[in-house]
Design a protein around this ligand. Structure first.
Ligand code: 13P
Ligand code: SF4
Length: 320
């Protein structure tokens, strides 16, 4: 896109944001030009926390629908917009509310921990929410004797099981089709070519069970962005969706970032464009509103997650 047009759209978005008293939240997988105009860029947890703090009237969420739903659930007085209603998530589509009810009935006494990559209706059936940043900490705060039904990501659940050393965690068999494209033999080949590179991996990776032992770090998207800034390493093999490379390269121009799989691109995340953001703010489309009957029940696990995250952080600060 020629620079002049890009600048014009940027200016137009800035003017629309002012007119609507809007804030733009963008996930780390958004295309670079969206990340560059966003007020906040981050992972699911950081964006959920940011949404709660804003005093803007309108939150334009440039990510995928479950993230905008989470925002709408916890900020019912705000107008939450998404640029495109096709921005779904294959992982969130792997479990329905009726599946959770049935699974729960088969495991009386179990508590449901739902990864934030779930629909509002699924969250409404759950006890706790978690993101990739806080999944281990949330599970650690649940009484040891409680069976945990972890939904929907098998690989994140496997990682949590290993980190918490709990064997009473039962896993749903869902996965993300993008992270499933990342293969351990490809990571091994890249490591052979770049022996000094650190391997950083998202816990949704389909090769996690094979690669967990040799990955240098297993982190959320925001955890990865922070980690590469402080690590003394000069090269990184990055095992997640490729949109994250934009911020890494922008913030660390002298370091080298190698995608573990070039094809690991989330077409849901890439539905959003600058042009659709203009239309969204101009026409106030597409508003995400959750019916009250679901919203009230879905709020409970989200609030618990945010409280437990704040609690873990204050405990950490007290001991450091
Ligand atoms: P993060 O919360 O780590 O950004 O992950 C969200 C996601 O959808 C990963 O595929
Ligand atoms: Fe969903 Fe996977 Fe896309 Fe993340 S990368 S939004 S889990 S489909």
């Amino acid at each position: 896109m020629p620079t002049q047009i890009y600048d014009t759209i940027q200016d137009e978005i800035a003017a629309l944001k002012q007119k609507r008293n809007a804030v733009i939240l963008a996930h780390n997988y958004q295309v670079g030009e969206i990340q560059d105009i966003a007020d906040f860029v981050g992972d699911s947890l950081r964006l959920a926390q940011q949404a709660q703090r804003t005093d803007a009237d309108v939150i334009l969420f440039s990510g995928v629908l479950f993230m905008a739903e989470t925002t709408s659930i916890s900020c019912p007085d705000k107008t939450v917009l998404v640029p495109d209603l096709e921005a779904g998530c294959s992982l969130a589509g792997m479990i329905r509310a009726e599946d959770v009810r049935k699974w729960r009935a088969e495991h009386p006494g179990g508590v449901v921990v739902a990864y934030v990559n779930t629909t509002a209706a699924v969250k409404a059936e759950s006890d706790y929410c978690c993101t990739s940043t806080n999944a281990v900490s949330i599970v650690e705060q649940i009484p040891e004797e409680k069976e945990i039904l972890f939904i929907p990501d098998f690989y994140l659940g496997t990682y949590v099981k290993r980190q918490t050393k709990r064997d009473n965690i039962t896993l749903w068999n869902g996965y993300c089709h993008v992270h499933d494209m990342i293969k351990s033999d490809q990571i091994e080949r890249l490591k052979h070519e770049h022996p000094d590179a650190e391997i950083i991996m998202h816990p949704e990776c389909g090769c996690l069970t094979k690669s967990m032992d040799y990955a240098d770090q297993i982190l959320s998207t925001e955890g990865m962005v922070t980690y590469v800034r402080t690590s003394p390493a000069r090269e990184f093999i990055v095992a997640t969706e490729t949109g994250i490379l934009h911020r890494m390269r922008q913030q660390n121009p002298t370091k080298c970032f190698i995608p573990a799989a070039d094809e690991a691109t989330c077409h849901y995340m890439k539905q959003n464009t600058l042009e659709k953001i203009v239309l969204s703010l101009e026409r106030m489309q597409y508003e995400i509103k959750i019916p009250d009957s679901i919203r009230k029940r879905a709020l409970r696990p989200i609030e618990r997650m945010l409280e437990m995250t704040a609690h873990a952080r204050s405990q950490q600060n007290a001991t450091s």
